[in-house]
Design a protein. Structure first.
Length: 368
């Protein structure tokens, strides 16, 4: 396996040079810079990267995807040109690591210490997996599809490929895509070139990068990334279920933390919100809290103005016009609620591995 150097910078709109903020150098893991989260579509050069092993490099001309497994009557292999020639579907999708926000949890669970920036929204183009599943004649005995990446390495003392399974219905959903393009460009090496899976509405561990295999299995898959990692656990060894759908969440992009805002002047509070699994957002509410001896709410929750997302899996911009009336430290809090009534908890939820951390977003500022 060849490893790419740390990804190159990319130029954003204007003269912004974007580069993700490194969390670990080898394997390369990096989060989206806060400023880039204000962009409606996260630039590729700013987009967070999560790699368990190295970044494998397969020239598109040598790439093959094998589709088969015990439950497929007509297994076959496919090349890149053939995939490119097939009809593509385009979707804006929020990609969020299940461990995003982990460093807010107390006590802090093991795992990469992500802030709230292991997230981005990209415009993807890809071929629905179901089209290829139909060609492989995947039969009724299939319960799951196991997707295999070209990367592998030691996990818990054994060598494992990066493999994840999806229930058959999720794999065959028309929005589950074999992606060839991100934001209009061929996939970058760190984001899974030449082809990755994108499963809208699920935490991004489902989005297998450097995809080389898809096999239909007749029994639930028990690979290490399925049955030992990516589980919600109340304590270590007591699984509550696998990491699956993205939880509703908002973040505040403006004002920036620890900045000064002016008393009796209107300040625009802005951010982004997403609901995860294709469920529309119902509202984003904002609250301003000030501190003197105790913490006070300036007013109750106020409705933010919510813009339409770019499609069912994209995120929405929201804004709220705030005029603070007293000087001193304030905390701005935002809370998103979706059409199911799911909402953000007031405090970071806790589980042993630090997944699904979606508390209300907070930014502290000083009114002068
Ligand atoms: N082959 C492979 N696919 C992978 C991973 C990996 O390590 N190897 N990491 C997963 C995880 S945990 C996340 S959060 C996303 C990150 O996608 P990105 O690096 O394009 O942002 O890729 C997923 N797909
Ligand atoms: Mo992840």
């Amino acid at each position: 396996m060849t490893t790419w150097p740390v990804p190159r910078d990319a130029r954003g709109p204007g003269a912004t040079v974007w580069a993700p903020e490194t969390v670990t150098a080898d394997p390369y893991n990096a989060q989206t810079p806060s400023a880039a989260l204000a962009e409606p579509v996260t630039p590729v050069g700013a987009f967070f990267v999560r790699d368990h092993f190295g970044i494998p490099r397969t020239p598109p001309g040598r790439w093959r995807l094998r589709i088969g497994g015990a439950a497929a009557a007509a297994p076959f292999a496919l090349g890149y040109e053939e995939l490119l020639a097939m009809e593509h579907r385009e979707l804006d999708v929020v990609v969020e690591c299940a461990g995003n926000g982990r460093s807010l949890m107390r006590p802090r669970p093991p795992g990469l210490p992500w802030g709230q920036q292991a997230v981005g929204c990209a415009h993807f183009a890809g071929v629905p997996f179901r089209v290829l599943a139909a060609r492989a004649l995947i039969g009724p005995s299939a319960v799951e599809i196991v997707f295999t990446g070209a990367d592998s390495g030691p996990v818990h003392g054994r060598r494992a490929a990066f493999e994840r399974s999806l229930p058959l219905a999720a794999a065959l959903h028309p929005d589950t895509l074999l992606v060839t393009r991100m934001n209009g460009e061929p996939l970058a090496p760190e984001h899974g070139a030449p082809v990755r899976l994108v499963v809208p509405g699920r935490y991004a561990v489902a989005d297998v990068k450097w995809l080389v295999g898809a096999r239909a299995v007749t029994r639930p898959f028990t690979g290490v990334f399925q049955s030992e990692e990516y589980l919600y656990e109340a304590s270590r060894g007591t699984p509550d279920g696998p990491v699956a759908g993205v939880r509703v969440k908002s973040l505040i992009t403006e004002p920036e933390p620890d900045t000064a805002v002016r008393r009796d002047h209107e300040t625009l509070v802005r951010g982004r919100a997403w609901s995860g699994g294709g469920v529309p957002l119902r509202s984003v509410e904002v609250r301003a809290e000030y501190e003197d001896d105790d913490r006070h709410r300036e007013r109750g929750w106020q409705q933010a103005l919510l813009e339409a997302p770019a499609g069912p899996y994209g995120w929405s911009a929201w804004s709220y016009r705030w005029t603070p009336r007293r000087p001193g430290p304030y905390r701005l809090v935002s809370c998103a609620t979706d059409a199911r009534g799911d909402t953000q908890p007031p405090q970071a939820p806790w589980n042993a591995r630090g997944y699904g951390c979606n508390p209300v977003a907070c930014v502290e500022v000083v009114v002068v």
